[in-house]
Write a protein that binds this ligand. Structure first.
Ligand code: BGC
Length: 704
């Protein structure tokens, strides 16, 4: 029998209750929403009865093994469970938070991070991770921006595919892989006013042009699972939204894998007031397309009677079960349900290799936002480290997996470990006792604690806390060698810091190797290379602020006497503090000599964009060169700038290089008024730069 026949054969032997069991995921220990302890013996009995398909968030390997044994040896048909966990930016080794990783603009790095995460988790019994999170985000008040790839659909698409490739490897059957689950479908990142779980009200065009591309990329890369969002979109909760799950996900995006609800998002239909009973919940969610229910039990309690009453077709239940069993088969669970359990599995955790990836990832994720010449600072100079994060190990951020804060290398410890003399002043009182002018570099640490961004951590105030600002102000008044290092889960408003500090490194939450990465960057062992994956507003009132906004009929023109009637604020500029794609390194790069291989392209041709890049400094650096397009006119509104390609370019001191981007007609397309994906025969600009504020431009005609 081939795999499909084996699964069909198994389904033919299953009772309705056993079938519905495959559609149920449970958390085993406790309900994470209410914190109430569940009776675990009840769960054990449910497994024996074949009423559970998978388990989430259990990481004790002994317990996992026992749960698998119950399913395989004590349930009637012996169907194995799969074990799921939020391996978001690492399992035991903490890599930088995902927003920081996105700032690397480095899909190969993301793939390595995902491979390393999958290696650790899969050797600890896990089968599936609820990652990547690809919600496009524009509002840093939303705590979950830290898990995202930022604001750009193209960057997020490239990285989504890299995550899936890294987690899933070539074959889910292979050692060291995890099935991936892309989330949250769809629109959750547009929660109004940045309040978590809030409603979302956007156009279908926005859905297709901005939100879906990274989901499409993950699906094209073979992602095993899609998770729905908590939010309402187009008048219905995403978890019970036929249009989203059937028309868009199944038909247009051709997704054939498992659709899972988010934690208790099924039962929340009752809070949304679109269902009044659990039975209605089960009916609406299953009919819309949910295959696997997480953190709620509406399927377990109600699907059987819905089938018996003819409300739900048995063939639809069978189809969902088929998708679940296919995933289990792909994971190799039928061949050997115990193969992810190893003796002394700890030896696979926090290895030298994963730590090296974490160090590399942190170095490539920390953005140099300002440098008036004080960096790099040679390691034989005198250093002071000031502020609450000087000795802090709270540098992992939310979704830490099993990473331990005590294993994080703090900034102060990293200086010492690198053999560099450093004086540490955690508080203002401490620093006031020192004479700061004796130091060649005063590193002032600022920002958010690990639990100020993440799920459920929305904020209205994104400014630096008062006591931190006092300390910073004291330092800049007493030294003109101040480097601000900001730790945060989101872009904070750091306009004042930018005015007064001589240099800024935006570290986000860099993970296990945080301190070492920073010391290497500060002392010039390696040059920073990260770029902003999210725009940094210069004022909180500008939010949402993002680079790829639509044009207006009254764009700002500062010299227009009728300025008042143009798109602007009366009390602040429109400009961000740092635009999308911006970030410095220790060299000086100049782009020049842009040329196009042709002035017009058709579907059978492509254009090669050539640009010269020169590193005018003597330092070895990496620059991220970015290629954008702009439709000069189009039948519907389009963004002022759209990222289409980027390259990380390594340059030795004084090195010159020609780099090339190849663009096809596909890269110029958008949805027209009839939602047809088309380029229209028009003129477009191709723009190249080292941020979204591009410096070189050429015109091209597209003939579709
Ligand atoms: C989150 C998901 C996560 C799930 C399981 C939910 O609260 O929204 O992103 O995967 O919990 O932990």
């Amino acid at each position: 029998m081939n795999n499909n026949e084996t699964i069909q054969h198994l389904i033919a032997q299953m009772s309705l209750v056993e079938k519905i069991g495959q559609l149920q995921q449970t958390s085993y220990f406790s309900d994470v929403i209410t914190g109430s302890e569940l009776d675990t013996s009840e769960t054990l009995q449910l497994i024996r009865d074949g009423k559970i398909g998978s388990i989430l968030s259990v990481h004790d390997v002994k317990i996992l093994r026992e749960l698998q044994r119950l399913a395989v040896e004590e349930s009637r048909l012996g169907i194995p469970l799969f074990f799921a966990f939020d391996v978001i930016h690492g399992y035991r080794t903490a890599f930088p938070i995902n927003l920081a990783l996105a700032c690397s603009f480095d899909p190969l790095l993301i793939e390595q991070v995902a491979t390393a995460s999958a290696f650790e988790a899969s050797h600890s019994g896990m089968h599936l991770t609820f990652s990547p999170m690809v919600d496009i985000v524009r509002d840093p008040r939303w705590g979950r921006v830290m898990e995202s790839n930022g604001e750009d659909p193209f960057l997020s698409s490239v990285l989504a595919a890299a995550y899936v490739k890294g987690y899933q490897g070539k074959n889910l059957h292979d050692d060291g892989t995890l099935a991936a689950c892309v989330k949250h479908f769809a629109g959750y990142g547009f929660s109004e006013a940045g309040r978590d779980y809030n409603t979302v009200d956007i156009s279908n065009r926005q859905l297709f042009t901005t939100i879906l591309p990274p989901f499409r990329a993950a699906i094209d890369a073979g992602v095993a699972m899609v998770m729905t969002g908590f939010n309402v979109l187009f008048d219905r909760p995403a978890t019970a939204n036929d249009y989203l799950l059937q028309d868009v996900l199944r038909q247009q995006l051709q997704f054939q894998g498992v659709i899972i609800s988010d934690y208790s998002s099924t039962e929340e239909l009752m809070e949304h007031k679109v269902a009044s009973t659990i039975k209605e919940v089960a009916y609406q969610c299953f009919s819309a397309g949910i295959d696997h229910e997480m953190g709620a039990t509406s399927f377990q309690t109600s699907l059987a009677s819905l089938v018996q009453e003819g409300e739900i077709a048995l063939s639809d239940i069978d189809a969902a079960v088929h998708r679940l069993l296919t995933l289990k088969q792909k994971l190799g669970l039928f061949a050997d349900p115990y193969r992810r359990f190893y003796h002394h599995h700890e030896r696979f955790l926090l290895t030298e290799e994963t730590k090296q990836v974490a160090l590399d990832a942190a170095q490539k994720s920390i953005i140099l936002l300002k440098n008036s010449g004080i960096l790099p600072c040679r390691s034989d100079k005198r250093f002071a480290v000031v502020g609450p994060f000087a000795t802090s190990q709270d540098l992992i951020g939310e979704w830490p997996g099993l990473a331990k804060k005590e294993e994080v290398i703090s900034l102060a410890d990293a200086f010492l470990a690198s053999g560099i003399t450093v004086d540490v002043f955690p508080t203002l009182d401490d620093v006031q006792l020192a004479s700061l002018d004796q130091y060649d570099l005063v590193v002032v640490t600022l920002g958010e604690n690990g639990n100020e961004a993440g799920e459920g951590y929305s904020k209205v105030d994104l400014s630096i806390k008062k006591e931190q600002l006092n300390m910073f102000d004291y330092c800049v008044s007493n030294s003109n060698h101040v480097l601000a290092v900001v730790f945060a889960g989101r872009p904070l408003i750091i306009t004042d810091i930018d005015k007064k500090a001589q240099a800024i490194l935006y570290a986000f939450q860099p993970g296990t190797q945080a301190g070492l990465a920073l010391v290497n960057l500060i002392t010039g062992v390696t040059s920073p290379s990260a770029k902003c994956a999210m725009t940094f507003p210069s004022h909180q009132g500008q939010i949402p602020l993002y680079y790829n906004h639509f044009k207006t009929g009254r764009p700002i023109k500062l010299d227009d006497p009728m300025y008042r009637y143009r798109t602007h604020y009366i009390d602040h500029s429109n400009e961000p503090l740092y635009p999308f794609g911006y970030g410095l390194h220790y060299g000086v790069t100049v782009l020049s000599s842009m040329s196009l291989s042709r002035q017009e392209i058709t579907p059978s041709t492509s254009v090669v964009v050539r640009v010269q890049i020169e590193n005018q400094s003597g330092v070895t650096i990496t620059e991220v060169v970015q290629c954008y397009i702009e439709a000069l006119t189009y039948s519907v509104a389009r963004p002022v700038n759209e990222l289409k390609s980027f390259q990380r370019v390594n340059l030795l001191g004084q090195q010159n290089q020609t780099i090339e981007f190849e663009l096809h007609v596909e890269d110029f397309k958008s949805y027209n008024i009839d939602m047809i994906w088309t380029a229209e025969n028009r003129d477009y600009l191709i723009k190249v730069g080292t941020s979204s504020k591009t410096v070189l431009t050429e015109k091209i005609h597209i003939k579709d």
